[in-house]
Structures are given as C-alpha cells and as structure tokens.
Design a protein around this ligand. Structure first.
Ligand code: SF4
Length: 608
C-alpha cells in the first residue's frame, strides 16, 4: 500500500546536523500491521513524521521517496498533502490529552474531519460522528458527542482520537505509542479495538512502539530500528522465534520475566551513539559483543538472511542465518535471597488516607475522597513487596502517607510502624532519624534531583541532614563509595544532573537514597521512564544492593514483567483497597480475585 524508499531525514541543531533517520526502506501492505520497534531516540517517530510531512521547522527530508498509489508524497504540494493526511493516512499519538482541542466538543472534532474528507454534512455528519463514537466503544454516544475532552477519562480520550483518525476512513493508520500512557486493562481494550477496526476496514496499521510484547500481540511484520537505521526486518513470527541482529537478541535477554527470577538480566553496555555527523562502520559496534575488526571500518548493508528476513550485520553476509545467542554481558551470577529469617521492616495496618472535599466560604468539609481505605501489609528485610494496580488505585498515595509526606494534606488513620516505631507519633529529630531508615526513589529522576546542585552536593546533602553525626571527611568518603556501588565513575561528583542520561540519573537517585543506609527503599515506578536495556541495568543494581545490604523494597509498579522478575510478595490494589495479596509465585500462578485475573489477562506477553 505504501512504500518508503531510502528515506533520509535531517534536523538542524545548534551543534550541527542530526540524522535521526538514514536510508530507511519499508513496505506496508493493505490490511497489514507493521510494527516499528526500538528504544527511545532510534528514529521511529521521526520516520512517521517524515512520511506525513509533519516534521518540526528545524527538520527536513533530505532524500528518498514515500510512494502511495504510485505517487511520491514528498513531491506533492502542501494543499494536496493536506488531503492525504486524514483521508488516506491517519495518525494517533501517545498523549491524547494534548492532541485533542480542549475548547471543542469531541463531536465537533470528529464532524470536522468527516466534513473535510467525505460528502456528509450537517445532521448526516453528526449521525456519522455518533456512529464512530459507538464503534470505538464510548458508552452513550448520543449524549457524549457533546462532551468536551476534559469530561472523558484517558482511555476514552484515546478512543476519541482513534475515532477522529478513522472518521475519514484512511487506508493507513499510524499509531505512535498509542497505549503507553494508559493502564494495562485499557491498553488491552484499545489494542483489541485497533485490531477489530483494522479487520473490518482492511486498513494498514503502522504501529510504533518500544514494547515488544505489544508487537507480539499485534504485528504481522516487524522492523527494528537502531540509531536511525533499520537493522532487522522480518515477519513477527520469525523475529520472535529467531532474532538475528545482536541488538535484537540483547533486547530480548534484557527483558525482565518470571523465568529469569534470581538471575541477572543481560544488559547492553554503553548507550546509543550520538547521531551528529557521519558514521564509519556499524553503529552498534561499541556495544556489540560479537564485533569484529571489519565492523569498525565497513558499514553493514541490510542483507537478506532468510525468506522474508533481512538483517544489517556483517555476521550474516554470505552466511546462513543462525541466530546469535545473546552475549550482552555475562548474565552469570544467579542469585536469590538467602533463606535467612526476614524480619518485618515496615508493618502497615488498616491504613486510611482520606482527602477532604471542602466547599463554601468557610471551606467546610462536606465529604472525603477515600484514596486509601483500610490497607494492611508487611515489608520484610531482604525482600521485595510489589504494590500493583492501575493509576488512581492508591498505590503511590499509601506509600507517601506511610512515609509521612502527606501530613496536614490528608486525614490519615491506622498504623504504620518502621522497625516497631509508630511513624505518625514521631516529630522533629526523631522523625528525621526514622526517615533516614526509609528512602524513596521516584519515576522521574530528573525532577527529583536538584538541577542547580552538583552530584557531590546532592549526595552529601542527604547525609548531612539525616545523619548529622557523620563528620565532613567521612561524608565525602561515603559519597565516593556510593558512586562505586551504583556503578558510576567518580568524575560524576563534579557534574550536574542534566549532564547524565536517564539511566545514569536514576542511578544517582538510588545512590542518594542509599547515602543514609536505609533499611527500606520505596521505589515508585523507578524504571517506567527508561528503555529496556537501561531498565535491565537498574533492576540488576537493585537486586545486587538487596543481596549485599539486605534492603527491603516496597516496589510500586504497573509493569508485570518487572513484578514477575523481582517481587517476592505482591499486593494488588484497586480503588484504595488491597483486593489480593500473597507470595509472588502463588498469586501469579493462581490468582484468586477476579480483578487480579483481569489485570494478568490484560498484560501483553511475548509467548502464548
Ligand atoms: Fe555487531 Fe559487527 Fe554485526 Fe555490528 S556488524 S552488529 S558490530 S557483529
């Protein structure tokens, strides 16, 4: 249906030209789901924006063709291209909230597309808009057609985006990380919906994602991108059964899963190279365990390694396509928590966090939002309790309240004891001392590190305020040792947070948490903003620290791969309550509660 030939894109920056897409060639057939996968910054989204001609002002397509029905879209005048967008090619983005117009009803936004691209007008267009809302599963579409975006939930907004994209019945839908911002059950519904609509409309789907499990569920064919180039193209079946490129094999090995419990995940050393300037040789060479001399001097071409399976790697030039086993990093060191007795570090009983709803001139309390309502759990030394559930279930709220971070904001009831001390009863120096025993690591390491302080100051600050007895020279020594512990070079001490990558910043956040030798670390989605290969490094680090120091983790996450890999115990939260709790193996193997089963069923998986 559409053919992208040798596409090159350039973006001008202050530091020079960046080439986020180089020599990309792809074909997508009618009715086919084609997945473009890879880690952040590899060029997936820029490829989509280039073929839609929606690049930012600083970007331009510098070579290649995008052929739709024999016509090169890159040569069309902008007015003709505007018709192609919408009528022939639709696009949906990750964040529906920012793509919808907040001051227009959802109905009006769908009608606009219908009137622009079809013959329908007035009442007929409205009727079609209502039909689309119904088709994408919005309840009571006749009433909801008059709603504004803010009146809809995140999942409903994404459904509206799909309705807008499909209202002109395009031949190709580009879905750029369409479910990344959504909970797992909503994600499953949206993916099912896309599959269903695709089957009825015989539409081609270009699915852009970093999530290999989603690719396994949805795609017919897959292209893997690395540093602006396609490095492997195959049928989905073949790609998952026999990934050929060393990068592909490493990505699979880096994924956490229940089968890898107690083992180190393979991690890919180094990071994606800068796309400034020209390359000599293979772009993956610095990170590849199979690299040969030739890899540094000669650029590999995309060669056919088997029927319908091409790969860009010297290992397969003129040879049979035997998949390479991942040799990312010695994934030896199998470990597991020792069988020692696990004392309770944090005991939470019948915990309630109610936010008052105030009204009127005197701000009288007229009701409560019961964010957490009667929750009990234990976190034990050397063990990990995963608190799982969808957004809004109360996971983060309970953790913050337990650590006394919501004092004065919410009405809190029940008991939370850290090493037997009731945290709510502590004040001043006593509370500070207790807080030193329980640290928190957030999802976004950048937001939690002060951008104006050097790493040395950031790490020392925590020690100075929570352990004032430690003298300055001892403090500096401890900070330097911490960097070793989280696998960072001591040069980092004199640098600022913005000088580090996301993964390095998360290491720094962990180092800061460890600085005061806590017995408990609350980790709130610590890897959800990271790429698979960086996530593997952070999970390995957390495991090592737990074995070495016996730290207890309260791990808040919605990622079941991570839960299956890391958690000893699991508590499932829904609407402020724990609906099921137990040992990880048992809860995952034989979930008792219907909600746990729904959650587990909604998780896309690589196999089965
Ligand atoms: Fe590794 Fe060489 Fe293949 Fe690149 S070409 S992936 S460096 S073996």
């Amino acid at each position: 249906m559409i053919r992208i030939e040798d596409l090159d894109t350039v973006i001008d920056t202050e530091r020079g030209e960046i080439r986020p897409v180089e020599g990309v060639t792809l074909e997508i057939a009618a009715g086919e789901t084609f997945a473009l996968v890879g880690e952040s910054g590899c060029g997936k989204s820029v490829t989509a924006l280039s073929l839609m001609r929606l690049l930012p002002d600083s970007g331009r397509v510098s070579g290649g063709r995008v052929v739709l029905d024999g016509q090169d879209l890159l040569q069309l005048p902008e007015t003709a291209m505007r018709d192609v967008r919408g009528s022939r090619i639709g696009i949906i983005f990750q964040e529906p909230a920012t793509s919808l117009n907040p001051v227009m009803t959802v109905g009006r936004q769908i009608i606009e597309v219908i009137e622009r691209h079809t013959e329908l007008r007035g009442a007929a267009a409205l009727a079609r808009a209502i039909e689309w809302l119904e088709r994408v599963g919005i309840p009571e579409p006749k009433r909801r057609v008059n709603d504004y975006p803010f009146q809809m939930s995140g999942g409903q907004k994404q459904r509206v985006m799909i309705a807008i994209a499909l209202a002109a019945e395009p031949d190709l839908l580009i879905a750029d990380e369409p479910t990344t911002a959504l909970d797992v059950t909503i994600q499953a519904q949206i993916l099912d919906l896309l599959q269903e609509l695709q089957a009825t409309h015989k539409m081609a789907l270009l699915l852009i994602t970093h999530d290999l499990a989603i690719v396994a569920k949805m795609a017919h064919r897959v292209a893997l991108m690395y540093a602006g180039q396609v490095v492997e193209v195959a049928t989905a079946q073949d790609f998952f059964a026999r990934p050929l490129h060393p990068y592909a094999a490493n990505l699979f090995a880096a994924l956490p899963a229940s089968g890898k419990r107690g083992q180190r995940l393979a991690s890919i050393p180094g990071s994606v190279p800068s796309l400034l300037g020209n390359f000599t040789g293979c772009r993956f060479a610095d990170r590849c365990a199979d690299a040969m001399a030739q890899c540094r001097t000669a650029t590999p071409e995309l060669v056919s390694a088997a029927a319908d399976h091409a790969v860009r790697c010297h290992l397969y030039e003129g040879r049979d396509a035997t998949p390479r086993a991942s040799r990312a990093v010695a994934s030896a060191a199998a470990t597991s928590a020792s069988a020692r007795e696990h004392e309770v570090v944090l005991a939470v009983r019948d915990y309630r966090v109610w936010f008052p709803i105030r009204k009127g001139l005197f701000q009288r309390t007229v009701g409560h939002v019961k964010a957490v309502d009667g929750v009990s759990f234990d976190v034990r030394a050397g063990r990990t309790l995963a608190l799982v559930g969808e957004s809004g279930s109360g996971k983060t709220t309970v953790a913050k309240a337990v650590l006394q971070l919501l004092r004065g904001v919410a009405e809190i009831g029940g008991s939370a004891q850290l090493h037997g001390a009731e945290l709510a009863d502590l004040h001043g120096a006593e509370l500070r001392a207790a807080r030193a025993g329980a640290q928190i690591v957030f999802q976004d390491p950048f937001a939690s590190l002060n951008p104006r302080m050097r790493v040395q100051e950031i790490l020392e600050e925590g020690v100075a305020s929570l352990c004032p007895d430690i003298a300055a020279p001892e403090r500096s020594k401890r900070v330097a040792q911490l960097l070793d512990k989280v696998g960072m070079h001591r040069d980092a001490l004199t640098r600022y947070p913005h000088e580090f990558s996301g993964g390095q910043r998360q290491r720094l956040a962990i180092a800061r948490a460890l600085a005061v030798e806590p017995r408990l670390i609350v980790a709130d989605e610590p890897t959800s903003a990271l790429d698979v290969s960086v996530q593997a490094q952070i999970l390995n680090l957390l495991l090592e620290l737990q074995e070495e120091l016996g730290v207890a983790y309260l791990f808040i996450t919605h990622n079941f791969g991570v839960v299956e890999y890391l958690a000893h115990d699991i508590a499932v939260m829904k609407d402020g309550r724990i609906v099921e709790a137990g040992a990880a193996g048992q809860l995952l193997g034989e979930p008792q509660h219907a909600y746990t089963r729904t959650l587990l069923k909604a998780v896309p998986r690589l196999a089965g």
